[in-house]
Design a protein around this ligand. Structure first.
Ligand code: 0O2
Length: 213
C-alpha cells in the first residue's frame, strides 16, 4: 500500500507546486507589462530584472516544522506565504514604491501583508520591500487564490542581501571573533550602499528637473 500512497501524495504535491508556478507566471507577466508600459511612456525601465523561485520540499518541510505544523497540503497553503517567491530588482528607490503601488492597485491582487525594510531596515542592515499577496489562478476546474511573496529592492540592496545570505548559511567561517568582524563589516557595507542608493536617487531627481525621467 505504501508505494500507492506515496505516489498519490506525490501527485498532490506536484499539483500544488504547479499552482505556485502558475502564480509566479501571472505575477511576472504583470510586472513585465508594467515595465513595458513604463519604458514606452518614460523611455526607461524601472525594473532591472525579475527572479523567481519555488521553495524546495526540504525548505518547506523545515519551515513547517519550525512553525510546529505537519507537512500537509493544507498547512503548506495556509501557513506558508513564500512557497512562490518573486524578486524584483529596480534601478532606483522610488521605482520600488512605484512598482509596489501599481501592483497593489490591480483589482485581482489582494495584499495580505507589507513589510517595509527600506523605511525600517533590519539591525544587520537588510533592506528590501516585501509584499505578501494573493492572486487568483484560473484552472480547468475554477479559480484558486494562491499566495506569493514579492521582494522589491534596488540593485545595491540585492547585491548586499545575496552576499549576506551566503554568509549566514556558511558554517565554516572560523571563530566567533572573525564572524563578528565579518558581520560588522557587512553592516558597514549596508550603510555605504544605502548612501549610494540615496545619491543615485538624488541624481535622478535632479535630472528629472530638466526632463521627464
Ligand atoms: P530564503 O532562503 O531567502 O527563502 P514569513 O514572511 O512569515 O515567511 P518572516 O521571516 O517574517 O517570515 O519574513 P520576512 O522577514 O519578510 O523575510 C522573508 C525573506 O526575506 C527571507 O526568506 C529572505 O529571503 C529575506 N530576508 C529577511 N531577512 C533577511 C536578512 O537579514 N538577510 C537576507 N539576506 N535576507 C533576508 P527566508 O525563508 O528566510 O530565506
Amino acid at each position: 500500500l505504501f508505494p500507492e500512497r506515496f505516489i498519490k501524495n506525490t501527485d498532490y504535491y506536484n499539483s500544488l507546486m504547479m499552482m505556485y508556478r502558475c502564480a509566479i507566471r501571472e505575477v511576472s507577466t504583470k510586472l513585465e507589462v508594467l515595465d513595458d508600459e513604463f519604458s514606452v511612456k518614460y523611455k526607461r525601465n524601472p525594473i532591472s530584472s525579475i527572479k523567481s523561485r519555488i521553495k524546495t520540499p526540504l525548505s518547506i518541510y523545515n519551515k513547517l516544522q519550525r512553525l510546529g505544523y505537519e507537512f500537509t497540503e493544507q498547512n503548506i497553503r495556509e501557513q506558508l506565504n513564500d512557497v512562490a517567491g518573486i524578486r524584483v530588482i529596480c534601478s532606483f528607490i522610488d521605482d520600488i514604491y512605484a512598482v509596489a503601488h501599481l501592483l497593489a492597485e490591480q483589482d485581482d491582487i489582494t495584499i495580505i501583508r507589507i513589510k517595509d525594510y527600506i523605511q525600517n531596515p533590519k539591525p544587520n542592515g537588510y533592506r528590501s520591500y516585501h509584499m505578501i499577496i494573493e492572486i487568483p489562478v484560473f484552472f480547468a476546474e475554477g479559480k484558486t487564490p494562491i499566495r506569493a511573496e514579492i521582494q522589491i529592492r534596488t540593485i545595491g540592496m540585492d547585491f548586499w542581501a545575496s552576499l549576506e545570505h551566503q554568509l549566514r548559511y556558511k558554517k565554516d567561517l572560523g571563530n566567533n571573533e572573525q564572524y563578528a568582524l565579518i558581520t560588522q563589516k557587512l553592516t558597514e557595507c549596508a550603510r555605504t550602499i544605502t548612501a549610494t542608493d540615496n545619491q543615485m536617487q538624488d541624481i535622478k531627481n535632479l535630472i528629472g528637473e530638466y526632463c521627464e525621467f
